[in-house]
Structure formats: structure tokens, C-alpha cells
Design a binder for this molecule. Structure first.
Ligand code: PDD
Length: 281
């Protein structure tokens, strides 16, 4: 099937969606992105994603490429035109195309906005039944991980390392503490408490994380925001990751150490169920 994609105001067959070789996203990774889940044809947590997009753009002083209303309509239109029932909408904004200078272009340049859909099985993801394995790897990223930039080479290498070891995700480690996954937030459960790193410039403020915090509060699950070490993770009762495309995903092995007897644990299973119910699964 040829998808319909969005490029700077136009809906086009995916084979015709193109951006300039001078685009600063291509030359400098000078851009930001968002990934929103779609369940039963409806966006999950969309408002949180646009809020974070606004913040990312502001931090990098990139102008909005369109109005918020246009962005909303673009998401809905892509879902409709592609008949997307379950999967994701990916959208990216870059500072635009201009002759290559490191500093921002002197002439006013229109930001580039592109978006496309990907059909994926999110609700009935078989990984959620078995749980997934993760490895740990040094965190090689820059110091502003709170901005969702398309500068993803460290995550690409980390994820590839995980895949080559038969694992699903890599947890990145700095000074002995887990920061987050290459494309997800990281959690352990110990003595009935969900432990995850607090928000700072060192990690991305996940929209799924935020939803999980709310659900946990509503259902009496205690969350402790603090750093945890790799050794603590090995000794955890349960572990999981969260992201827009994986929701709450149980982890059953970290660097070959089995977690919770190698089965998804009760707290993580419950949190996933709560999240799915809210997502309209
Ligand atoms: N990644 N941390 C990092 C480094 C991420 O890239 C992501 C999301 C998250 C989770 O954020 P959220 O819950 O808002 O999806 C945390 C997306 C899914 C991606 O790059 O595909």
C-alpha cells in the first residue's frame, strides 16, 4: 500500500514526499519530532505531545510551522486518508532549508513540517505477554535530552547493540545510574514501589510517563522519583519501560539478569492494563 504522507502543507503519495538536500534537519539534525500512538483510529495522549512539541521548538528557537489547529487537522487527516486503525503518527519540524551555515539562516526561512503514519500492533503486542530483554550501555548523548530532537545517533547505536544481543532495548547509563532507554523511559519496582528517575535535562519527559504517573496516583501505586543504579535494576522485583509506541512494556531480563523470575510482574501488568483501558483499546 502506498501511504499518503504530509510535506509542508501537501498530502502526497509517500513516493513523492521529498525535502531539500539543504534542509537543516538533514545537515545538522536541527529539528524536533513527536510520535503519537493511534488506537482504534484515535490519537492517544495527543495534547501532551503537542505541548512537548511547543516546548522543544521554543528551546531551539524554531518557529511553529503552522497553527496548532492545522497541526491537529493534519494528524486527523493522515489517520483518515491512510485508514489507520492502530499504529503511530510521526511528525517532524526542522528549522528549514537554507545554505549551510552553522548559525541560524539570516534570511527568514520557513520551517519544514513533515508527517507520516506507520501501522503497528500496539495493543496486542506479543512482547507485552512475554516481556522484553534489555542491555545497558553508556549514555553518549548531549546534555539537553529534555528536548526531543532528531539527533538520534547515540540511540540508534544503542538500539542496534541491543538487537545484536537478542534484546529489545538498551538502558543508557551515566555515572552508574540508568538515565532512560534509547527511545523509552526506564522503571524498576522494588518493595511495591515504582522507581524512576526524576525529570531534568538528563532525560526526556515522556508523555506516557506522565500518563502513567496519573494512573498510578489514581490507583494507589506509589511512585518514587529518584536515580537508580544498574545493580539495583538487576535486583529489582519488576521492571518496565514506557513510550508512545510501546505503552507500558514489561522487562524480564537486564544484561542477562532475570527480573521477577523471568515473567512480567503483577504491578507492571496492572499498569499496562490501566493504560490500555485509557487509550481506548
Ligand atoms: N521515543 N525517552 C526517549 C529518549 C525517547 O525517545 C522516548 C520516545 C521516550 C518516551 O516518551 P513518550 O512516552 O512521550 O513516547 C523517552 C519515541 C517513541 C521514538 O523516538 O520513537
Amino acid at each position: 500500500m502506498v501511504r499518503t504522507v504530509y510535506v509542508n502543507g501537501e498530502y502526497l503519495p509517500e513516493t513523492e514526499g521529498k525535502v531539500s538536500i539543504f534542509d537543516r534537519g538533514f545537515l545538522f539534525a536541527d529539528g524536533v519530532y513527536e510520535v503519537s500512538a493511534v488506537v482504534n483510529g484515535r490519537l492517544v495522549d495527543y495534547a501532551a505531545h503537542t505541548e512537548r512539541l511547543a516546548r522543544s521548538l521554543q528551546e531551539l528557537r524554531i518557529e511553529w510551522p503552522c497553527t496548532r489547529g492545522e497541526l491537529d487537522r493534519m494528524h486527523e487527516e493522515l489517520i483518515r486518508r491512510n485508514g489507520l486503525s492502530e499504529g503511530i503518527v510521526y511528525m517532524q519540524v526542522t528549522r528549514g532549508a537554507a545554505d549551510r551555515t552553522f548559525n541560524f539562516p539570516k534570511e527568514k526561512v520557513k520551517p519544514t513540517l513533515i508527517a507520516f503514519t506507520q501501522a503497528m500492533s500496539l495493543v496486542a503486542n506479543p512482547n507485552a505477554v512475554t516481556g522484553v530483554k534489555v542491555i545497558t550501555t553508556p549514555d553518549l548523548r548531549w546534555a539537553r535530552r529534555d528536548i526531543k530532537t532528531v539527533m538520534l545517533l547515540a540511540p540508534v547505536l544503542g538500539k542496534q547493540e541491543a538487537y545484536e544481543q537478542g534484546c529489545h532495548e538498551a538502558w543508557m547509563v551515566e555515572d552508574g545510574f540508568v538515565t532512560e532507554g534509547t527511545s523509552s523511559n526506564a522503571y524498576i519496582v522494588k518493595d511495591g514501589k515504582l522507581i524512576t528517575r526524576g525529570l531534568s535535562n538528563e532525560i526526556l519527559a515522556g508523555c506516557t510517563r506522565r500518563a502513567l504517573f496519573r494512573l498510578a496516583k489514581e490507583h494507589g501505586v506509589e511512585i518514587v522519583e529518584r536515580k537508580f543504579t544498574v545493580e539495583e535494576a538487576y535486583a529489582a522485583d519488576e521492571a518496565c519501560l514506557t513510550s508512545a509506541s510501546q505503552f507500558v512494556m514489561p522487562i524480564v531480563e537486564i544484561d542477562g539478569h532475570r527480573i521477577g523470575g523471568g515473567q512480567p510482574g503483577p504491578m507492571v501488568r496492572k499498569l499496562r492494563e490501566l493504560f490500555l483501558a485509557e487509550a481506548g483499546a
